[in-house]
Structures are given as structure tokens and as C-alpha cells.
Design a protein around this ligand. Structure first.
Ligand code: CAA
Ligand code: NAD
Length: 284
């Protein structure tokens, strides 16, 4: 079923775009990467090279595989380079208007058969699709962080996503070695509808003085068998992304239970976004 998808474009070379591009190239797709910040693309290529090299040292693959993977990857000079892609996966900042603008541009640039997928954590896919004239070819393809390690892709079918487009998205995710779970188009889908309120509650617990960040994380790690505590996970995801997701839930459902904790808002307005800025609930 994956026939017809040979070249995948990835837009946004942050932590998610880097992981998606790497997994795409490792799965044999010709892969093109672009970001508004040219330096992010170079950083992203350096990160992929380093990660692949570590796999070689751990005997996970051979040098030939690294060469083949790196040769499948290329850097785009501009959005116009995406005109011959069969699928474009967007992984830019979690901001509705910026995503709408990008999808509108992609709709004009990409060939008519090209599928457009968003890695959005929470924004309804049907709303993103409305900024294009190909809503039947727009779907959610929500990878988890870190992409090369996490097994899940949440597939989100927008109101107008066609059966054929959704099946193709599923087959691409499977070719990338992922398990595909289908979600209807609600704010936050499945994972963030459940995960983010837990993270937000952990921030309230910190803010109200229930315990220190370290103890909240240790309690949740050892008490509920999670690989990371919720505050360190929030730092790892990015506090700006966490806040954006909470706001989508809050505005989408209009209930107080999704109100972002003011401490989260303070960290974001202070530019403490977690691991990517070297400071969040912890220092890195
Ligand atoms: N990129 C690629 N690979 C990575 C990586 C990264 N950023 N970080 C770790 N890895 C790999 C390592 O190379 C290592 O691979 P091998 O075992 O094959 O050598 C493996 O992951 C384990 O790494 P470590 O031993 O260094 O560390 P760990 O055992 O503590 O695991 C972790 C790290 C996988 C991140 C683990 O802590 C974990 O699963 N954390 C929870 C992650 C999670 O919940 N992600 C979902 C977030 S929500 C989301 O993504 C949706 C959203 O919209 C916000
Ligand atoms: P990030 O901040 O690491 O990277 C975002 C990148 O997008 C930056 O490099 C930025 O320069 C680039 N960018 C911004 N506007 C752009 C534009 N108009 N065109 C091209 N590039 C642009 O963010 P991230 O954590 O990689 O998240 C990206 C997307 O993935 C968001 O929608 C987020 O909600 C989603 N997501 C994040 C996680 C996570 O754990 N961080 C997990 C799943 C999904």
C-alpha cells in the first residue's frame, strides 16, 4: 500500500522533525528536511549523524546502513523544494496561525497528489485542513518523543480525510516500524488528552508546595512505574509546547479542568522552556 510514497518532506528541524526525518530515511524513504532557521537544519543533521554513529558502536547496524541513511537525506533551500514530495510531514512550532499559513503555502507548492500530515500535539486536524484546498489529503501523524525510540504514531483522521489518504498514512507509519493507533479529531487526541492534564497537575502540586520537583518526579517514577517523572518529562517535551497543548485543551473544551497552571505560564514567559533552553523545572 505504501507504493507511491517515495519522497517524504519534513518541515521543522527541531527535536521532532529531526527524529521524524531520521526514521524516514532509515526506513528507505528519500527525505528532505527544512526549517526557517538554517542553523537548525545543520544541527539536526549533526544530531542524526551522532545518533547513527552510536548505533554502530552498539552493533545495531553497519556502516553501510549509516551511509545509505545519510545519502537518503537532503537539506531543502526553501519551501519550493517540496514540490515533488509524495508526503510532507509538518513538525513546526505548536501554533495554530503559523501552521495554517504553512499548510496554505504547501497546498500551493506541492503536487496535487501529495499528502500533507501534521505532527501537531493537539490542534484539530480538520482546522488545519481548512487552510488547504485538499482537505481529503490532510491527516494527523502524531509521533512521540524521542521518535527513533517510541513505538507509537497516533493517526488522526480529519472530518474530510479520505479513507485512501488515511490508509496510506498508516502504511507509511508501519513501514517506519511504528504501531498506528487511530484517534478521532478531538483537541489533544488520545495521548495528550490524558498525559498533559497529569503534567499540569504535577505543576500545580509543585506550585502549591505539595513537594519538591525532585520528590514529585521520584514519587511518580517509582510509584507508578513511569520512565520519567512528569516534571522532567515536561522539560523534555518543551514547556512552550506543554503550555500550547494545555491552551488548545482549555479553549477546545472550555472547562476549568484544563486550565494551564500559572507557574507553567511564568516559566514560558521567562524563556525557561526546559531542556532545549537548558533550564526549566531543572537545569541542564
Ligand atoms: N533520540 C534518539 N534516541 C534516543 C534519544 C533521543 N533523543 N534519547 C534516548 N535515545 C535512545 C538511546 O540511544 C537508547 O537506545 P539503545 O537502548 O538502543 O541504546 C535508548 O533511547 C535508551 O536511552 P538511555 O539509556 O539513554 O535512557 P533511558 O533508558 O532513560 O531512556 C527515554 C530514555 C527513552 C527517553 C525514556 O526515559 C522514556 O521513555 N521517557 C518517556 C518518554 C515519553 O513519555 N515520551 C512521550 C512524550 S509525549 C509526546 O511525545 C507527545 C507530545 O505531543 C508531547
Ligand atoms: P521545537 O521547538 O524543537 O522545533 C520547532 C522547529 O520549528 C524549530 O526548529 C523552528 O525553527 C521551526 N519552525 C518554526 N516555525 C517554522 C515555519 N514556519 N517553517 C519552518 N520551520 C519552522 O519543537 P518540537 O518539540 O520539535 O515540536 C514540533 C511539533 O511537534 C509541535 O507541533 C509539537 O506540538 C509536536 N510534538 C512535540 C513533541 C515533543 O515532545 N516535543 C511530541 C510530539 C509532537
Amino acid at each position: 500500500m505504501v507504493e507511491g510514497i517515495k519522497k517524504i518532506g519534513v518541515i521543522g528541524a527541531g527535536q521532532m522533525g529531526t527524529g521524524i526525518a531520521q526514521v524516514s530515511a532509515m526506513s528507505g524513504f528519500e527525505t528532505l528536511l527544512w526549517d526557517v532557521e538554517a542553523s537548525s537544519i545543520d544541527k539536526s543533521f549533526g544530531f542524526m549523524q551522532k545518533h547513527l554513529q552510536r548505533g554502530l558502536e552498539k552493533n545495531k547496524w553497519e556502516n553501510e546502513f549509516i551511509e545509505k541513511t545519510m545519502n537518503s537525506l537532503s537539506k531543502a533551500d526553501s519551501l519550493n523544494d517540496f514540490n515533488d514530495c509524495d508526503l510532507v510531514i509538518e513538525a513546526i512550532v505548536e501554533n495554530e496561525s503559523i501552521k495554517f499559513e504553512l499548510f496554505s503555502s504547501l497546498d500551493k507548492i506541492c503536487k496535487p497528489s501529495c499528502l500533507l500530515a501534521s505532527n501537531t500535539s493537539s490542534i484539530p486536524i480538520s482546522k488545519i485542513a481548512e487552510s488547504t484546498n485538499r482537505a481529503d489529503k490532510v491527516a494527523g501523524m502524531h509521533f512521540m518523543n524521542p521518535v527513533p525510540v517510541m513505538k507509537l504514531v497516533e493517526g488522526i483522521r480529519g472530518k474530510q480525510t479520505s479513507e485512501k489518504s488515511f490508509e496510506l498514512i498508516e502504511s507509511v507509519a508501519k513501514k517506519m516500524g511504528k504501531t498506528f493507533v487511530k484517534s478521532n479529531d478531538f483537541p489533544g487526541f488520545i495521548v495528550n488528552r490524558v498525559l498533559m492534564p497529569m503534567i499540569n497537575e504535577a505543576i500545580y502540586a509543585l506550585d502549591e508546595g505539595v513537594a519538591t520537583a525532585e520528590d514529585i518526579d521520584e514519587a511518580m517514577k517509582l510509584g507508578t512505574n513511569q520512565p520519567m517523572g512528569p516534571l522532567v518529562l515536561a522539560d523534555f517535551i518543551g514547556l512552550d509546547t506543554c503550555l500550547a497543548i494545555m491552551n488548545v485543551l482549555y479553549e477546545g473544551f472550555k472547562t476549568e479542568k484544563y486550565k494551564p497552571c500559572s507557574l507553567l505560564e511564568t516559566y514560558v514567559s521567562d524563556g525557561k522552556l526546559g531542556k532545549k533552553t537548558k533550564e526549566g523545572f531543572y537545569k541542564y
